[in-house]
Ligand binder design. Structure first.
Ligand SMILES: [Zn+2]
Ligand SMILES: [Zn+2]
Length: 368
């Protein structure tokens, strides 16, 4: 009897200790993997750090479909360092549900941006017929006071707030169906220093003529998403990326971003195309790729490794006729290829087909 009694107590004890270890109520199945940021590898250039920006983003507070804090999370997940929420001042189709003023989307997002180490630029989209079309005012203090009847009054407020503007999607067919012209008003605003940049890429469009204007007027080039829906439903964010403005900044701050824009130290990047001033494109190219000395030579050829350390894909046309290398070749992101050249080749001139330095102009360089 006594033995059985002890056995029962022992089993009860064991049983209850098993209950203490196992949880039948609520087991957390680790979502921590979702909170990981994609690292986009784009090297710094001499004296500057490379920042990735998107300066044209909509939320439910204009005609977007996404809440401001989620915009910050999208940018963080996709590897963006600096962003601007640019809700339309003059077009707010959800206004019946959104009773607050024009500063509210920024106010909702700013704390989330701080917690994610994202630089959030306070901004608005001035949304007018052409001319002047659509302009993003960046580094504003108060969006409400930019909502004026006369567009000249808006420009006065932009100036008063020491903000700056970029001209959005100049080649957008809804506003310039058959042409892409720069108007007097834009030239005047450029002269006054109020327009400091233009979008050469917007959403899925690219405007080579606008790149030429930016070079001629010494303005910053921009590639922005102008996103309205969910980013992951719009772009292939896993294996590709949204349009991004690469900034070469002295420091990773609001002032650093502003100084880079005012100095036109930017490159536009989307769908494996880079567009910007030749000196910056050349520096970024040189920091990204390297052709190593020959590791093997036979009777006819020398063999060299050509390496890309960046997430940018480069495509080439060989301009040195009969040097043994292929006429066209591609160097994919973070990859190395073997290049075969004639044994006595002394130059290896190429055009980098995806690096645009003018309207009909590409980077030309000698790889040797
Ligand atoms: Zn627009
Ligand atoms: Zn827009």
């Amino acid at each position: 009897m006594k033995k059985l009694h002890l056995f029962l107590i022992a089993s009860l004890f064991c049983g209850s200790s098993i209950w203490a270890q196992q949880n039948a109520n609520n087991i957390q199945l680790g979502l921590e993997k979702k909170a990981q940021r994609k690292n986009i590898i784009i090297p710094d250039i001499e004296g500057f750090q490379t920042l990735k920006g998107d300066f044209h983003i909509h939320t439910v507070f204009s005609d977007g479909l996404v809440w401001p804090t989620i915009r910050v999370q999208e940018c963080w997940t996709e590897g963006i360092d600096v962003m601007a929420i640019t809700d339309h001042l003059e077009y707010r189709p959800h206004q019946d549900f959104m009773s607050k003023g024009h500063n509210h989307s920024y106010n909702l997002a700013v704390n989330e941006a701080q917690k994610k180490n994202i630089i959030l630029i306070k901004a608005s989209e001035i949304t007018r017929q052409m001319p002047p079309g659509h302009l993003n005012a960046l580094f504003i203090n108060d969006a409400d006071t930019l909502h004026q009847g006369q567009v000249d009054e808006v420009f006065k407020m932009v100036k008063k707030q020491k903000a700056l503007m970029i001209w959005n999607h100049p080649g957008w067919k809804a506003q310039q169906p058959d042409t892409c012209l720069i108007y007097e008003v834009h030239e005047k605003l450029i002269k006054e220093g109020l327009i400091q940049g233009m979008e050469v890429m917007n959403y899925n469009e690219w405007y080579p003529i606008v790149l030429q204007w930016c070079i001629d007027y010494n303005l910053a080039v921009f590639a922005n998403s102008d996103i309205h829906g969910v980013s992951a439903y719009t772009y292939d964010v896993k294996t590709a990326h949204r349009p991004m403005t690469l900034l070469f900044a002295k420091e990773r701050t609001q002032n650093g971003v502003r100084e880079a824009i005012e100095s036109a130290r930017t490159i536009a990047w989307f769908e494996q195309q880079l567009a910007g001033p030749e000196d910056l494109i050349k520096q970024l190219f040189d920091a990204s790729v390297s052709l190593q000395p020959a590791f093997y030579t036979d009777d006819k050829y020398q063999y060299m490794e050509f390496t890309n350390l960046s997430d940018i894909q480069f495509s080439f046309s060989n301009e040195t006729i009969g040097n043994g290398a292929p006429d066209k070749f591609v160097l994919q992101p973070r990859k190395t290829i073997v290049i075969r050249l004639d044994k006595d080749a002394e130059s290896f001139k190429v055009t980098v087909d995806n690096c645009h330095t003018g309207m009909f102009k590409n980077l030309e360089t000698d790889l040797m």
